[in-house]
Design a protein around this ligand. Structure first.
Ligand SMILES: *Cc1c(COP(=O)(O)O)cnc(C)c1O
Length: 407
């Protein structure tokens, strides 16, 4: 009996052509899938869905996500990595995997705001309590670790006020008390310091990174990662990750793979421009204080120097600085200054080519006014990749337009 040939529509789906193996190019190929095809039922049954020896389902990884995960392990100095739909999803994955009803999590008082909002708005409803500790006082952290503390969040520096904590000391305290610590490493990005090697034999348990920032570098996608150096801890996080269905778009993974090779160069360029502008701002009488960990009078400068410039010299810092506009200027004038900026755009996030500025209401973010900060209105700048002279002129013209110098 002659077999009926498949119809055209079927042929186009089940096509026999296989391109020759051995293609090599600078950019890795992109594999997109929800469905992964197994060669046989036996192969499907044998496939280990927890490891990286094979593929089971798009949500559990493709060659493209595995490739990015391995590169991020190299970036951060870790051994295992989970990709996440956003930096905040990475934070949530850690919290949901490690905390259960009755547990407590400690969060630094200057932490990334949505981390606190997650604790207040979601974890609390699950019976998980949280307390804020003074990021600049290790004794306060030590005092607040209690019977029920299961996780300590660390951030270096704080995401808006940029105080640099004594990170090795904080990790040492967590170790001594047997509590897991997770660092939000978005600022350091794997480039400013090594989160798993803060001192000989001393590192964080978990490094969370908002890839949305420097690894993307485009201001055009959202992604996060959770990197560890412990297989059992990774598996715990991974099971929660799988059960919650936290997937990433493969086009976005491709974009990060394309940006990653230039990340160190971009980080240095943002750093250099930021320091130049921060130093310039420190000379303007309208600003009562300029916050950038590499400035000698910025809170935690010595901690930054020890960790991020251990050999002396310039060291490394992300492209963020904040200013406290002198309290003699009202909110309306400060808002007018932001509106007068032309190259600095008003927007959240950072790490892309476009310079950004954002006013923050510190009174709503912190329990009391931190004693190490001058009175005033806080603005955070994240210089992009424009020519730094143009950015300085932009600040100059907006100051002249909206914040006349004091008499
Ligand atoms: C941006 C950011 C995040 C969250 O990243 P998203 O991808 O925007 O969710 C977390 N932590 C820090 C310090 C950040 O700057």
């Amino acid at each position: 009996m002659n077999e009926t040939p498949p119809e055209l529509s079927t042929q186009l789906i089940h096509h026999p052509y296989q391109p020759p193996a051995g293609f090599a190019a600078p950019q890795p190929g992109v594999f997109k899938a929800s469905t992964v095809i197994f060669a046989s039922v036996a192969a499907m049954r044998q496939r280990d869905w927890k490891g990286k020896a094979g593929y089971t389902y798009g949500l559990h990884g493709t060659p493209t996500t595995f490739t990015l995960e391995e590169r991020l392990c190299t970036l951060e100095g870790g051994l295992q990595c989970l990709l996440q739909p956003s930096g905040l999803a990475a934070i949530a994955n850690v919290a949901l995997a490690l905390l259960k009803s009755g547990d407590e999590v400690l969060i630094p008082d200057n932490a990334y705001g949505p981390n606190k909002a997650l604790a207040e708005g979601e974890l609390r409803a699950w019976g998980i309590s949280h307390r804020l500790y003074d990021a600049m006082d290790p004794a306060d952290l030590a005092a607040k670790i209690g019977e029920r503390t299961r996780l300590v969040w660390l951030e270096a520096p704080g995401s808006v006020t940029l105080e640099f904590p004594d990170l090795p000391e904080q990790v040492r305290i967590c170790r001594e008390r047997g509590v897991l610590c997770a660092l939000d490493n978005t600022w350091g990005a794997g480039l400013a310091f090594r989160p798993f090697e803060l001192a000989p034999g001393l590192g964080v348990d978990i490094s969370v990174h908002a890839l949305t920032k420097y690894p993307s570098g485009g201001g055009d996608l959202l992604m996060g990662s959770v990197v560890t150096r412990d297989e059992a801890l990774h598996l715990k996080l991974k099971l929660t990750h799988m059960r919650l269905g936290l997937g990433v778009g493969l086009n976005d993974v491709e974009a990060v793979l394309r940006s990653l090779p230039s990340m160190a160069l971009r980080y240095r360029a943002h750093d250099a421009a930021t320091r130049e502008l921060a130093a310039w701002c420190a000379r303007q009488p309208q600003f009562a204080q300029v916050l950038h960990p590499a400035l000698a009078d910025s809170p935690g400068h010595a901690h930054w120097r020890r960790l991020c410039a251990p050999q002396g010299g310039e060291g490394a810092a992300a492209g963020l600085f904040s200013v406290l506009v002198d309290a003699r200027y009202g909110q309306q004038q400060v808002d007018a200054f932001c509106d007068a900026l032309r190259l600095f755009k008003l927007g959240y996030s950072w790490g892309g080519p476009v310079s950004l500025v954002m006013p923050y209401d510190l009174r709503a973010m912190r329990p009391g006014w931190p004693k190490h900060l001058a009175q005033g209105t806080l603005l955070r700048f994240s210089p992009g990749l424009e020519a730094v002279a143009d950015l300085r002129r932009d600040l100059e013209q907006a100051l002249a337009a909206a914040l006349p110098p004091p008499p």
